[in-house]
Design a protein around this ligand. Structure first.
Ligand code: FUB
Length: 357
């Protein structure tokens, strides 16, 4: 009798649990609170890192990222919450191997002209010296690009006293062509201030483009032999559709926003970039470092967090995409860098990557 009563009690408890648990689970799915499964894990988790520019120097992989931290600045459309103050460089002997953080490589207090916001950097090597290129606002709150040098790929780097003459906006990418020439690609709209520069002249009160106007174009300039200045006037580069037409601002799932990157594959120039407010990393291909580049598609679909920023590098015969998301923090301004393999189709097109399974 007692046993029957206990059995009935257990059954009732199971039924009650069933009805309470099932609806719980579906609510979680509806609200989207279930985590997506990431393709890759953060490369480091003791600091927040973003905007990874990867290079292989002397057979070793070096990543030059932004160093995110909680500055307590309110989020806005100008990216004020990205108030970074220094850079740490990461290195690895191989993809999937141990990642070393080499500590502070450059601090904003050691950049004589800097005001605030050290954003996405890049680096280059030439004749025994390493060059770190970085965007930062000057003391009047205008972004320019600076350069710092070191005998080591991991720094410490010593900044020049002034920004690179003629430089402006953000997100420098340094590309070395097969003939030994170096180019800087750069620019970023909204908080990156590219909309303020027309014909290389500054207009503090310039507006963003309207929907039917031609979208703002990224910029390129060849570097001088000393790697510390431009050897020519800064030029816009054209990203065009299959009819040779540049995009309008309304084509914001394809037009340039920020995060320029250049790499060469089988003799072609691949210009890749973020579409910002539509969060794609897209690419366009051309026959010259100056373009025009014909739009080809998406390299990386939107990741968790507002920004999407990447680099593409060849390591021991395989190609990799370095990127970031916000897996560790869930917050747009506290990001973590990651890496995954990038594959080409036989026609040279890039297979689109989804950072989540
Ligand atoms: O990290 C600050 C800014 O966020 C970068 O310069 C942009 O490309 C975006 O990732």
């Amino acid at each position: 009798m007692k046993n029957n009563f206990l059995r009935a009690l257990k059954t009732t408890a199971r039924v009650i649990l069933f009805f309470f648990l099932i609806p719980d689970c579906s609510i979680a799915q509806e609200k989207g609170t279930l985590k997506k499964t990431p393709l890759s894990q953060p490369l480091v988790n003791h600091i927040y890192t973003a905007d990874p520019s990867a290079h292989v120097f002397n057979g070793k992989i070096y990543i030059y990222p932004s160093h995110d931290f909680e500055a307590g600045v309110k989020e806005d459309d100008l990216g004020s919450h990205f108030a970074m103050k220094d850079y740490h460089i990461l290195s690895m002997d191989s993809i999937g191997g141990k990642v070393t953080d080499h500590g502070v490589a450059l601090d904003i207090k050691d950049i004589p002209w800097a005001g605030r916001q050290l954003w996405a950097p890049d680096a280059a090597y030439k004749n025994g010296a390493y060059y770190l290129y970085f965007p930062v606002k000057d003391k009047t709150d205008v972004f320019h690009i600076g350069v710092a040098t070191s005998a080591s790929p991991t720094g410490p780097f010593k900044a020049e006293k002034e920004p690179i003459k003629g430089s402006y906006s953000i997100d420098p990418c340094i590309f070395k062509d097969d003939d030994g020439s170096y180019y800087m690609y750069f620019g970023g709209i909204w908080g990156g201030q590219l909309q303020r520069w027309d014909n290389n002249q500054y207009h503090a009160d310039a507006k963003l483009k309207t929907q039917n106007e031609e979208a703002i174009l990224p910029r390129v300039a060849k570097l001088s032999a000393d790697m510390k200045s431009f050897s020519e006037e800064v030029k816009p580069i054209r990203i065009v559709d299959t009819n040779g037409k540049t995009f309008l601002e309304s084509n914001n799932d394809k037009r340039f926003f920020e995060a320029a990157w250049m790499h060469k594959y089988k003799g072609k120039y691949y210009f890749s970039y973020s579409t910002g407010d539509t969060h794609n990393i897209c690419y366009a291909v051309g026959n010259s470092p100056y373009g025009p580049f014909t739009y080809k598609g998406i390299v990386l679909l939107p990741v968790e967090g507002w920004t999407n920023h990447h680099s593409i590098a060849e390591v021991k015969g395989k190609w990799y995409l370095f990127y970031h998301d916000v897996q560790l923090s869930g917050k747009t301004h506290l990001r973590n860098v990651k890496v995954t393999e990038l594959k080409y189709n036989p026609d040279g097109s890039i297979q689109t990557i989804n950072a989540y399974k």
